[in-house]
Ligand binder design. Structure first.
Ligand code: NAD
Ligand code: ZN
Ligand code: ZN
Length: 344
């Protein structure tokens, strides 16, 4: 089968021909109908050799949907021909977090060497994908695969951050979304769908701000060192009740620190390497700072249902497998509008 692999530290991913994998006991093989590209792929491919822990060669792609194609011995719960979405943050299935469906916070995964597809295990940007367990597959139903695949991360991750902040997002509240890319443009729509907050979007790119407006931001602002002042102006001088930072750089975390309201929440989603100094006389009184990771299995069900209801729509740029390397070039250059999706 053909697969897009990261093979050499610092080099571009390559399209290669490899053996079609066979599902082992309990595993399921799916024929991939769509796979999404995430900035996190770009992040790991930018790591120096001594910090790179994902194995080589690595078939990329942690957003995947497909058709169940073959069951390994003993696998049950899905049937050949089912259209499914892959829940990516695989856990052990037995710890307290996993039993709550929050496999994204599994306490055993690292020690057991369990890694998500495309972030250690072979990923979805290939013709076939092996999924370790049927509980990591959710029914897609009649949702369009290309339009839906990015909900598994670009939808689920902001949804998880927003759901945990909902108590702060009532009438009269303000939410600040920093970075209106793949995750950010979904965050804006989810905020509009599940909260009554006024949504402000900040980005450094004018076209991303246009997209932010198109998908429902009430106000868009330039992400510069006066962004926090613009947020305070718009938010009755009080600041943003919740800041969702989809960049996570030193500069954006400084905006978050200065823009968040007293007793507000900063959700640091972006892995831009910045640190937010928290403490008295630094963060406002009562402020909460959180580093959410991906989302739970039941939250993915809810995100798929939100899409089914028509409340959220991923803006997709579609690529073939051959164009996979070009899609990553575009992602790196910051010229993808919404999410890049590869259709094998
Ligand atoms: P993306 O490349 O699609 O979007 C990034 C956006 O941020 C772009 O619109 C870009 O113009 C904008 N941006 C860049 N610098 C900015 C700045 N200084 N101020 C404001 N906007 C700026 O990326 P993505 O795939 O949406 O991922 C966003 C971040 O979230 C990445 O860091 C990614 O690694 C991370 N991520 C985290 C999780 C998690 O579980 N926490 C999951 C997925 C992705
Ligand atoms: Zn991701
Ligand atoms: Zn677990």
């Amino acid at each position: 089968m053909r697969a897009l692999q990261y093979r050499t530290i610092g080099a571009e991913p390559e399209l290669v021909d490899i053996d079609t994998p066979e599902p082992g006991p309990g595993q399921i093989r799916i024929k991939v109908t769509a796979a999404g590209l995430c900035h996190s792929d770009e992040f790991i491919m930018g790591l120096p050799e001594d910090q790179y822990i994902y194995g080589l060669p690595l078939t990329l792609g942690h957003e995947g949907v497909g058709i169940v194609n073959k069951l390994g011995s003993g696998a049950h719960g899905v049937t050949v021909g089912d259209a499914v979405a892959v829940y990516g943050p695989w856990g052990c299935g037995h710890c307290h977090a996993c039993l709550e469906g929050q496999e994204n916070y599994c306490t055993n995964a690292a020690a057991l060497g369990i890694a998500p597809p495309g972030l250690g295990a072979p990923g979805a940007i290939a013709e076939y994908l092996i999924v370790d367990d049927a509980r990591h597959l959710l029914p897609l139903g009649d949702l369009d695969p290309v339009a839906t695949v990015s909900l598994t991360d670009a939808g689920l991750t902001p949804y998880h951050a927003i759901k945990a902040s909902l108590a702060k997002l009532g009438p009269g509240s303000t939410a600040l979304v920093i970075g209106a890319g793949g995750l950010g443009h979904m965050a804006i729509q989810i905020l509009r769908a599940v909260s009554s907050a006024t949504v402000i979007a900040a980005d450094i790119d004018a076209d991303k701000l246009t997209l932010a407006k198109e998908v429902g931001a009430h106000l868009t602002i330039a992400s510069d060192d006066s962004a926090h002042a613009a947020v305070r102006d718009a938010a009755h001088g009080v600041g943003a009740d919740v800041v969702f930072d989809f960049v996570g750089s030193a500069a954006t975390l400084e905006t978050a620190r200065l823009a968040v309201a007293v007793d507000g929440i900063v959700q640091i989603v972006g892995i831009g390497g910045g640190l937010l100094p928290s403490g008295f006389f630094s963060t406002p009184f009562g402020a909460w700072v959180r580093v959410p990771y991906w989302g739970s299995r039941s939250e993915l069900m809810e995100v798929l249902d939100l899409a089914r209801s028509g409340a959220i729509t991923v803006h997709v740029e579609r690529f073939s497998l051959d164009d996979g390397p070009e899609a990553y070039r575009r992602l790196k250059a910051g010229t993808i509008r919404g999410r890049a999706v590869v259709v094998p």
